[in-house]
Structures are given as structure tokens and as C-alpha cells.
Design a protein around this ligand. Structure first.
Ligand SMILES: NC(=O)c1ccc[n+]([C@@H]2O[C@H](COP(=O)([O-])OP(=O)(O)OC[C@H]3O[C@@H](n4cnc5c(N)ncnc54)[C@H](O)[C@@H]3O)[C@@H](O)[C@H]2O)c1
Length: 470
């Protein structure tokens, strides 16, 4: 955290000295509520000028997700590694058809360019200082998850947003995904098809993988690596496994899905227990496997438990989230393979109305149903129960549930709806219209990074109100 604060402080210092001392002195007097550039962009009704910082895998994904988005254009792109910078710069020119100026230094880009917004798909330790620098310049920020590799860094981002009143979206893109929105607003709430939800089971399992490599003709020199805090090219490429830069797999992969626990339950957990370790990979600092259980107390006073696992030694069943209720289970994933509601056999009768287009009065009084749910009814898939030779179900088994596919699909890149939501908020100059507020992202960051602490200390963590206060 010290590093993040120092970087933020020095960046701000340089900014104050060079560019906007007068403007910022006045703003500081007024509680540092800067006039956001988006207000200007909105007034002028012009295309937003966007800079992208970090041209790795996620930089390419965001560049691709912006293809065809109206009202924005990349005018600058930045990366300390010329190899990646060149590739994304060329892709922006060739595919997005934007004329973007390349930079190897973030502060130089901020100084020279007249931007409205920046996208920050950089390693996690840069999120806090880079977000603060941009917000204090009046720019809107789309910063990738995990919000920060430290809770202090994430807390500083909440403060920076509050101090500036700027637009800050964190890249928890499931919150803008129409399949997830349908699942949450129509299935989980709305029609309450799951009944009382008692448990969640979610996982991200990945097969064994070696260190990420790099082309031998694109090695960064030792001085550049050192300047940015890396000991070697290997560490630079595999930053997410090292404590100084990232939060490990539980943060890198888990953040997306653990955020869904809070989002669906509309609250934060009471407590957490976790187990895990550096059991398989010798070269890394972070736990390569984590198993965690959160306990939630819901608005109605009921308890729900959410289990999460991230494994890096097996790809078994990939990644998904499963919300399990007394009437049905919802299985969903960003990957379209998981997209079903599994209905308990005992509620079969009433549910037939859902797929046959009848008035669904059995579940909820007419008029309170979100009618969109029925617009594209899908046929049930009824499993054949396993019967013995006498045609009797084994007494130890429940009758198998039937299932149907959620009637919503998404045919655009995963990140596009979230980016669209961001650019619309910038145009309206309205932080409250963001699908992932900085406070929600902070809460996710707190409970996710707490897994590492719970494993390290071997203790159950009881969350307090202060933990979620920035
Ligand atoms: N939302 C999602 O689905 C999703 C998916 C993958 C990654 N991410 C997030 O995106 C971020 C980047 O991840 P990635 O997989 O692209 O990593 P990566 O290692 O592939 O790319 C990081 C890039 O940042 C550059 N960089 C490092 N220091 C820099 C600096 N000081 N200034 C400018 N550029 C710098 C590197 O040279 C590299 O090109 C991470 O926060 C990660 O958690 C989000």
C-alpha cells in the first residue's frame, strides 16, 4: 500500500506543479469537486476522447469490445512494453479505425493529451495510483478488476472518487451482462423461481499451466524493469502471482464471481473461513488453490452460505456460479455453456404454466409477474429417473430435476455492455448510473482479498461495518 500511496502522491504532485495548480487550488477549496471533463463532453455533444493504458491480454479484449461503439474513440494508447504497445496501437488503427498516439509513459500521456476518459487494464498494483491521477485531472476512469491488490489501495480509490465526484467504473462486467441481469432481476428476484435460496456454489478451475513466456527479441532492459519494480521478465509477465503486483488466483479469477454473491444477495457477508496454499507451483508467492465459505445474513433474516473455489491444477467443469434454492437452482456463467434453471421435481406442476404460456398465477399473484420472463418460453428437458428392475427410484435419491435454458443470450464481446454503460455515464456525467459503483467494487475487493488473510492467519474472519467503509 505504501507504494500505491507514494505513487499516487508523487503523480499528483507532478500534476499540480506542471499543469493545474490554480484550478486545483480552487477546487481543493471547494472540497476538491472538480468539473469533470464529461460535463464538457456532454455539453458539446462530441465524441469522447479515450486513452487506453496497458496493452496486454485485457487491453486487447477492451480494444476489441469497443469496435463499433458509437460516441468514443481511442486517441491515445500507452504501455511500457513496446512489443504490446505496437500491437494494440496497430489494432486500434486497423480495426477500430482510430488515430491514436502511442506513449510509453502514463503521466506524459495525461499531460499531453486532452482526454475525456481512460481505460486502465494494467497490473492491479497500478489501479489505485493511476485512477487517482486521472480522476484528479477530471477524467473518467474505467479501471479493470481487481480494484487493487491491497485493501488500502482500493479504499484510496473510493476516496479519490468521492473527493473528485468523477466517474469511476470497475471492470466487474457481469453486472452489465444481459444474461446475468435477467437471471438476477427475473429469475432470482421478480418471479422468485428459486424459492428461499440457502446456498451458492461457484468455482473457477483452470488446468496446469506454465509461466507466461515472451519473445526473445522483445526483452525489456534491466533498467526499465527495475524502474517499474520488476526483478525479471518472468516476474513482469507473471505479475498476478506476486504479492507486490496482484492478489493471486482468488483475486484474479475469484473477484468476478465472489462479486456475484454480494450482487445477488444485495449485501455483504458476515464472516469467512478459507483454506488454501502454495501447494503445486514452486515459483509463485500466491496461493494456487483456495476454498472459501462466506456466511450471509439476508434482508429477511435468513442465513445463506456461499462456497467458492479456485483451482489451478484442474479444469474440471470450468467456471460457473450456482444459486441453490428450495424450489430450483440457477446455474450461470459468463461462458454460455452454463445457462439453466433446474427445477425441483416437487414444484413441477406449478412450473408447467411458465413454459406453456398460461397465466402463471400459481407462483405469484397476476400483475406482479415480470412478463418478459415468458416472452420466449423454452421447453423443459425432463430427465429419465434411474429406476431399478422393479421400476422403483432408489430411496436415497431425489427425483431428478428438469431444467430449461435461460431465454436471454449475449452475442457481443463480454465487456461491451459494461463499457457501454461506462461511456453513457460519462456522457450523462452521472456516476449513479454506473452498473458497478466504486463502493460495490470495494466491498468485493475486501471480501475477496480477505481469503488470503484468512488462510495466512488460519482464523475465521468476522466482517465489521468499518471493513466496508472507506
Ligand atoms: N474483466 C476481465 O474479464 C479481465 C480479464 C483479464 C484481465 N483483467 C484485468 O486486466 C488487467 C490487466 O490484465 P492482463 O491480463 O491484460 O495483464 P497483461 O500482463 O497481459 O497486460 C498488462 C499490460 O500492462 C502493461 N504495463 C505494465 N506496467 C505498466 C505501466 N506502468 N504503464 C503502462 N502499461 C503498463 C504491460 O506491459 C502489459 O502490456 C488486470 O487488472 C486484470 O485483473 C480483467
Amino acid at each position: 500500500m505504501a507504494a500505491a500511496q507514494d505513487a499516487a502522491g508523487s503523480g499528483l504532485g507532478r500534476f499540480l506543479n506542471r499543469r493545474g495548480f490554480l484550478r486545483n487550488s480552487v477546487a481543493a477549496g471547494a472540497g476538491l469537486m472538480l468539473t469533470s471533463k464529461s460535463a464538457i463532453a456532454q455539453q458539446a455533444g462530441r465524441t469522447l476522447k479515450v486513452g487506453m493504458v496497458g496493452c496486454g491480454a485485457q487491453g486487447r479484449a477492451l480494444q476489441n469490445a469497443c469496435v463499433g461503439l458509437d460516441g468514443m474513440q481511442f486517441t491515445a494508447v500507452c504501455d511500457i512494453w513496446p512489443h504490446n504497445l505496437r500491437q494494440v496501437h496497430q489494432r486500434i488503427e486497423r480495426i477500430n479505425r482510430h488515430d491514436a498516439t502511442p506513449y510509453e509513459d502514463y503521466e506524459e500521456m495525461l499531460d499531453k493529451e486532452d482526454l475525456d476518459a481512460v481505460l486502465l487494464p494494467t497490473p492491479d498494483h497500478l489501479h489505485a495510483p493511476y485512477t487517482r491521477m486521472a480522476l484528479e485531472k477530471g477524467l473518467a476512469v474505467y479501471c479493470e478488476k481487481m480494484m487493487s491488490n491491497t485493501i488500502e489501495g482500493a479504499r484510496d480509490m473510493v476516496k479519490a472518487q468521492r473527493e473528485t465526484g468523477g466517474i469511476l467504473q470497475i471492470g466487474h462486467q457481469r453486472r452489465s451482462n444481459p444474461r446475468y441481469l435477467h437471471a438476477r432481476d427475473q429469475v432470482f428476484y421478480g418471479n422468485e423461481l428459486l424459492g428461499r435460496v440457502t446456498h451458492v456454489n461457484a468455482q473457477w478451475n483452470r488446468a496446469v499451466a506454465g509461466m507466461i513466456g515472451y519473445p526473445q527479441n522483445a526483452v525489456l532492459d534491466a533498467a526499465t524493469l527495475q524502474k517499474h519494480g520488476y526483478e525479471s521478465m518472468e516476474q513482469f509477465m507473471n505479475w498476478r502471482w506476486f504479492k507486490k503486483f496482484g492478489g493471486g488466483p482468488i483475486s484474479d479469477l475469484g473477484a468476478h464471481q465472489i462479486d456475484m454473491f454480494n450482487w445477488f444477495f444485495k449485501t455483504t457477508p458476515k464472516s469467512l473461513i478459507a483454506s488454501g496454499g502454495v501447494d503445486y507451483y514452486d515459483s509463485y508467492e500466491h496461493n494456487d488453490n483456495v476454498m472459501a465459505i462466506y456466511e450471509y445474513e439476508l434482508a429477511d433474516g435468513n442465513i445463506a452460505r456461499a462456497y467458492y473455489q479456485v483451482l489451478t491444477t484442474t479444469s474440471s467443469q470450468g467456471f460457473y456460479e450456482k444459486f441453490m434454492g428450495e424450489d430450483a437452482a440457477l446455474v450461470i456463467s459468463e461462458s454460455p455453456g452454463y445457462n439453466q434453471v433446474w427445477r425441483e421435481a416437487r414444484v413441477q406442476e406449478s412450473w408447467d404454466h411458465l413454459t406453456q404460456g398460461d397465466s402463471p398465477t400459481l407462483l405469484r399473484p397476476a400483475g406482479t409477474i415480470h412478463h418478459k420472463f415468458w416472452q420466449q418460453p423454452r421447453p423443459w428437458t425432463q430427465p429419465t429417473p434411474w429406476l431399478d428392475t422393479q421400476g422403483v427410484i432408489d430411496v436415497r435419491e431425489s427425483e431428478p430435476p428438469g431444467h430449461f435454458e435461460l431465454p436471454v443470450s449475449m452475442n457481443v464481446p463480454y465487456h461491451q455492455p459494461h463499457l457501454q454503460n461506462f461511456f453513457e455515464a460519462v456522457r450523462k456525467n452521472d456516476p449513479s448510473s454506473l452498473n458497478c459503483t466504486v463502493q460495490q467494487a470495494f466491498e468485493c475487493c475486501v471480501i475477496t482479498l480477505a481469503c488470503n488473510e484468512a488462510i495466512e492467519t488460519g482464523r475465521k474472519i468476522e466482517f465489521t461495518k468499518e471493513d466496508f467503509t472507506a
